[in-house]
Design a binder for this molecule. Structure first.
Ligand SMILES: NC(=O)c1ccc[n+]([C@@H]2O[C@H](COP(=O)([O-])OP(=O)(O)OC[C@H]3O[C@@H](n4cnc5c(N)ncnc54)[C@H](OP(=O)(O)O)[C@@H]3O)[C@@H](O)[C@H]2O)c1
Length: 278
């Protein structure tokens, strides 16, 4: 059993190692990705804004799994972020990119200044696109690698009260699908992980009220990571969680698009717009 696990980790490291870069790694889902990859023997470059959290995670994973871990504290919403990461990783053979960081301006569209919408575009579209470009080139040259882009069920249709966020997450799904087809014969696997609610500090801090919706089944970060890593190399998208797959089937295949948009809007209004519809 141990031998089987070891040989699986060895195969994983050969295909997606030796280094993995996790963008948005300081807590929650990003930290769970880091731990799962450390368990498979990959060395890690951890990126997020809070350097002290990255240092603590790096020390813990290094002690537990005897891997190399480097922290790269920076703000992924900045236009130079992808360029800085490109330069700082010039000498590292990064075989796996996980883009997990995101910014979401929750609430009525016009209640947010334009800077918030642009920050969503920068964090969720511009920087991951730059990193996909950098690491895609390097992985294709090496003949192996993998890229995981985090997306959301809210991206399957327009989602009121998170309209810009859901549009940026739709970009990630479509980008991953296109590159999956374009690169899969070159040994580079691309995956969009399309998540429903996950019990991360970020999600819990947004204090959503219970939605009463069929998809209201929050998952643990570890379960999402396990399903994403299992899907990598097998298909272009994964929806973690059976209830989420079921609700997505109903929303996308059984209902009209307009009905899906209205249902999603009602759910999000119930979760985030406390004084009722305007
Ligand atoms: N949670 C959910 O219910 C849910 C549902 C659907 C999809 N998703 C997707 O899953 C991913 C993770 O979700 P989450 O936010 O709940 O969880 P998370 O993984 O717990 O936290 C986000 C991570 O990204 C980092 N980050 C955020 N903005 C950053 C920035 N500008 N620069 C550098 N690092 C940044 C944060 O660290 P610092 O604060 O230290 O920078 C943190 O480590 C996102 O892509 C999200 O769209 C989540």
């Amino acid at each position: 059993m141990l031998d089987k696990l070891n040989s699986h980790s060895k195969e994983f490291r050969e295909r997606y190692g030796p280094w993995a870069l996790v963008a948005g790694a300081s807590e929650g889902l990003g930290a769970a990705y880091a731990e799962a990859l450390a368990r498979r023997g990959l060395d890690l470059i951890l990126v997020a804004r809070r350097g002290e959290l990255l240092q603590a995670l790096a020390a813990r994973l290094d002690a537990k799994y005897a891997i190399n871990v480097r922290s790269l504290p920076l703000d992924l919403s900045q236009s130079e972020a992808a360029g800085q990461i490109t330069r700082e990783t010039q000498a590292d053979e990064v075989g796996l990119l996980v883009y997990n960081a995101a910014f979401s301006a929750v609430g009525r569209f016009l209640d947010h200044p334009m800077e918030d919408h642009l920050r969503e575009v920068d964090t969720n579209v511009r920087t991951p696109l730059g990193l996909v470009n950098t690491f895609g080139q390097r992985m294709l040259a090496a003949g192996h690698g993998g890229i995981i882009l985090m997306s959301s069920l809210s991206a399957f249709q327009g989602s009121a009260y998170i309209s810009t966020y859901s549009a940026t997450k739709a970009f990630n799904i479509v980008l991953a699908e296109g590159l999956w087809e374009e690169w899969r014969r070159s040994g580079v696997d691309v995956l969009a992980c399309i998540a429903g609610a996950i019990r991360t500090p970020n999600y819990l801090a947004s204090s959503p009220k219970r939605s009463g919706c069929i998809a209201d089944a929050t998952l643990k970060p570890e379960s999402v990571v396990a399903e994403a890593l299992a899907a990598l190399g097998h298909r272009p998208t994964v929806i973690p969680g059976r209830l989420n797959r079921l609700s997505s089937f109903v929303m996308r295949r059984l209902l009209s698009r307009q009905a899906a948009i209205r249902i999603m809007g009602n759910v999000l209004r119930g979760m985030y717009i406390h004084e009722g519809p305007k």
